[in-house]
Design a protein around this ligand. Structure first.
Ligand code: SF4
Length: 578
C-alpha cells in the first residue's frame, strides 16, 4: 500500500489517472488517510459539489492482510450534508482488494466538463476509465447485475445509485459484499453526492493475481491473530449477542432504558419494539431460509449481519441494522419488519443512508405528510426520492432541509446530520459525542452507550452529566485510531473489557509493521486524526456554538423518565482539550 491512485475527472482531454507515492501520508490508513488528504488538499470553504472537493476512498492500515476483521473502508470528503470534513465507514469486499493491489487510497479530483457518466476499472495492470451513459440513473442492484454480466462475480464494486447521481445531501457510496450485492454503504454525510459530482458511477476492482499483504513478522502476526480471534469469540457481545441477533439485538435494551427515540424523538419507548427487535428479526430470517449470522466481508469473525428473505423465501435485503429498524421503524411508529426491510432495500438501491432517511421521514410525518405508523406511506415517500420528484429531492436532502421546508421545529440534527438511534436525554454520554464529533451527530464516533448502558469499558450513570465528556473524549480518540486500521469498530467491546484482547490487537499491528506501539501510541494516532478533522472544521467556519444539540433536547423532557440533556456547554467545549 505505497501508492495513491488519483483520477482527475476534470482534465482537459478527459478523465486522467495517475499515481503518486504515499509520501507525507505514510503511516495513515482508513479514516486517518481520508482525513489527512481532505484536510491538506481540500479548501475548507469550497463548495462540496465543486471541482475543488475530493472524494477519498481508503482501506485501513491492516486491510488486505490475514488479520481478522480488517476489511473496513473509509470514504472522506467535505460533506454536502454537514459542510464539515467527513469520514463514512463501510464493510464489503473492496477494502481488502484495493489494499492487495497496493493502493493506500483512491482520490477522485476535479469535475468533468460535460454530463458524461464514467465507469472505472482497476486491476493489477492499472486503471481504465470508460464513458458509459448506459449506466445513468440505474439503481445499485441493476447496476451491479450489469457489472456482473460484464466482469463476472469475482470483482467488487464501489458505486452510487440515483441519489448520488442527483447529488442529494443524503446519498451514500455502496460497496459490494461477499455475494456481490450492493448492501454495504458508507452512508453518512452525503459522500455519494460528491462521487456523483465527479460523474463516477462505479469503480470495479479486480484483484486477481494480487497477493495477500505480508507481515514483517509472520509468526508473531499469526499467533497474535489467533489470540485476537479467541478474545473476540469469548466476549459476550462480540461472541454472543452480535452474531446471534446482529446490531438490532440492542433494541429491547435501549427501549427498556427509555432511550429508543420514537415518533420523531417525542418519546423514549416504543410500545411495539419487541416486534422489530433483533431476536424477532433473527427468528424470522431463519424461518424463511435466510441466515442471522453472516459477515459483511471475508475475514469477519464476529458476523453481526444476516440475510433477510421476503415472504416467498427470496432475498430481499441484508439484515437491517439496529439503526435501520429504529429509523424506519420506531422513529416512524412502524412495527412491520417486512416494511422496514423493503425500506432498507430501497435505500440500498437508490444509495441512501438509512439513518438520515428514517429521521427525514419522521420529520415529514411530524409535518403531516403521512401518519406515524403508516408503512405504505413511508415506502411511497422514499420512492419519491428515487424518482427525483420535487418532494423526493427535498426528502433526499436530509432531515434538516425537510424540517426547514415544512416548518418543523423538532428536527434532530447536529451540524446538519440526523441523530442516530439513542436519545441523548436518556444516554447523556452519547449526547456529548453527537454534539462534539467533527462529523456531526454520529454514534460510531464515540460509542458512549457502551459504558452508559451495557457497562462495557467501565460504568457511568447514563442519566447524569458527570464524567460523560471524559468518557466521550477517550472513546472518540480510540475510535479515530481503530477507524484508521481498517478494523471493524465492534472489536472495541472486547478490547475495552479484556486487556489481553487489546494486547493481541496491538501485537497484530506491531508484528505487521515491525513497530512497538503501546496503548498510548495508538491513542496518539487517534488524537492526530481528530486534530486534523477539528482543524479543517474550524477553517470551514465551525465554532464551539456548532457543538450543541438542538434546543428541544434541553427543553422537552423525554418520557417515560422525563429527562433532558444536562451536559453544560462549557463542559462540551473542553472535549478537545487533551
Ligand atoms: S462485525 Fe458486523 S459490521 Fe463488523 S465487520 Fe463483521 S459483519 Fe461487518
Amino acid at each position: 500500500m505505497d501508492r495513491i491512485l488519483r483520477i482527475d475527472m476534470g482534465a482537459d482531454s478527459g478523465p486522467k489517472a495517475y499515481e503518486t507515492p504515499v509520501g507525507s501520508y505514510a503511516g495513515m490508513g482508513g479514516r486517518g488517510m481520508t482525513s489527512a488528504i481532505v484536510s491538506a488538499e481540500v479548501p475548507p470553504l469550497c463548495h462540496p459539489l465543486g471541482g475543488s472537493n475530493k472524494l477519498v476512498i481508503a482501506p485501513g492500515l491492516l486491510s488486505g492482510t490475514a488479520a481478522a476483521m480488517s476489511g473496513r473502508i473509509s470514504v472522506g470528503c467535505k460533506s454536502p450534508l454537514t459542510g464539515t470534513i467527513k469520514e463514512a465507514n463501510a464493510g464489503g469486499q473492496p477494502s481488502q482488494m484495493l489494499a492487495r493491489l497496493g493502493y493506500a487510497a483512491i482520490v477522485l479530483e476535479g469535475k468533468p466538463k460535460d454530463d458524461t457518466l464514467y465507469k472505472v476499472y482497476i486491476n493489477k495492470d492499472g486503471v481504465k476509465i470508460f464513458p458509459d451513459d448506459s449506466l445513468k440513473m440505474l439503481g445499485n442492484y441493476d447496476l451491479i447485475d450489469k457489472i456482473k454480466s460484464e466482469y463476472g462475480e469475482k470483482v467488487s464494486c464501489i458505486s452510487i445509485g440515483q441519489a448520488g447521481e442527483m447529488k442529494m445531501g443524503n446519498s451514500s457510496v455502496a460497496f459490494t459484499d461477499m455475494e456481490m450485492r450492493p448492501t454495504r454503504h458508507a452512508g453518512r454525510g452525503g459522500c455519494g453526492a460528491v462521487m456523483g459530482s465527479k460523474h463516477v458511477k462505479v469503480i470495479v476492482i479486480d484483484d486477481s493475481g494480487a497477493k495477500m499483504r505480508r507481515p514483517k513478522d509472520p509468526e508473531k502476526f499469526k499467533e497474535a491473530n489467533k489470540r485476537f480471534v479467541e478474545g473476540l469469540k469469548q466476549h459476550s457481545i462480540t461472541g454472543g449477542s452480535l452474531p446471534a441477533y446482529g446490531t438490532a439485538g440492542v433494541a429491547n435494551i435501549i427501549n427498556e432504558a427509555g432511550s429508543f427515540p420514537t415518533h420523531n424523538f417525542q418519546w423514549g419507548r416504543f410500545d411495539q419494539c419487541s416486534k422489530i427487535s433483533g431476536e424477532t428479526q433473527a427468528e424470522l430470517e431463519v424461518s424463511r431460509g435466510g441466515v442471522a449470522t453472516h459477515g459483511c466481508h471475508r475475514g469477519c469473525v464476529i458476523r453481526c449481519s444476516g440475510t433477510y428473505m421476503n415472504k416467498d423465501g427470496q432475498f430481499l435485503t441484508k439484515q437491517p441494522e439496529y439503526e435501520t429498524i429504529w429509523a424506519h421503524g420506531g422513529n416512524c411508529g412502524i412495527s412491520d419488519l417486512d416494511a422496514i426491510a423493503t425500506l432498507d432495500r430501497l435505500d440500498d438501491d437508490y444509495g441512501l443512508d438509512t439513518i438520515e432517511m428514517g429521521a427525514t421521514i419522521a420529520v415529514a410525518m411530524e409535518a403531516g405528510l403521512a401518519r406515524f405508523g403508516d408503512a405504505e406511506a413511508a415506502i411511497n415517500l422514499v420512492k419519491e426520492v428515487g424518482k427525483g420528484t420535487y418532494l423526493g429531492r427535498i426528502l433526499g436532502s436530509g432531515a434538516e432541509v425537510t424540517g426547514r421546508v415544512f416548518g418543523v421545529e423538532r428536527v434532530p440534527v447536529v451540524k446538519g446530520q440526523a441523530l442516530p438511534a439513542y436519545d441523548p436525554r436518556g444516554i447523556q454520554g452519547i449526547g456529548v459525542t453527537y454534539a462534539t464529533s467533527p462529523m456531526g451527530a454520529d454514534h460510531t464516533a464515540g460509542y458512549a452507550v457502551a459504558a452508559n448502558v451495557y457497562k462495557v469499558g467501565g460504568s457511568l450513570d447514563r442519566r447524569k452529566p458527570e464524567g460523560q465528556v471524559e468518557l466521550s473524549r477517550s472513546l472518540q480518540i480510540a475510535t479515530a485510531a481503530v477507524d484508521s486500521t481498517g478494523m471493524c469498530l465492534f472489536i472495541i467491546f472486547a478490547c475495552l473489557d479484556q486487556p489481553e484482547t487489546y494486547q493481541a490487537f496491538l501485537d497484530l499491528f506491531n508484528s505487521f509493521y515491525g513497530l512497538n506501539l503501546d496503548i498510548e501510541g495508538m491513542m496518539e494516532l487517534g488524537k492526530k486524526v481528530l486534530a486534523m478533522e477539528r482543524d479543517f472544521n474550524i477553517r470551514a467556519g465551525f465554532t464551539p456554538q456548532h457543538d450543541r444539540l438542538p434546543e428541544f433536547f434541553y427543553e422537552e423532557p423525554l418520557p417515560p423518565h422525563n429527562l433532558t440533556f444536562l451536559v453544560k456547554d462549557e463542559e462540551l467545549d473542553t472535549l478537545f482539550n487533551w
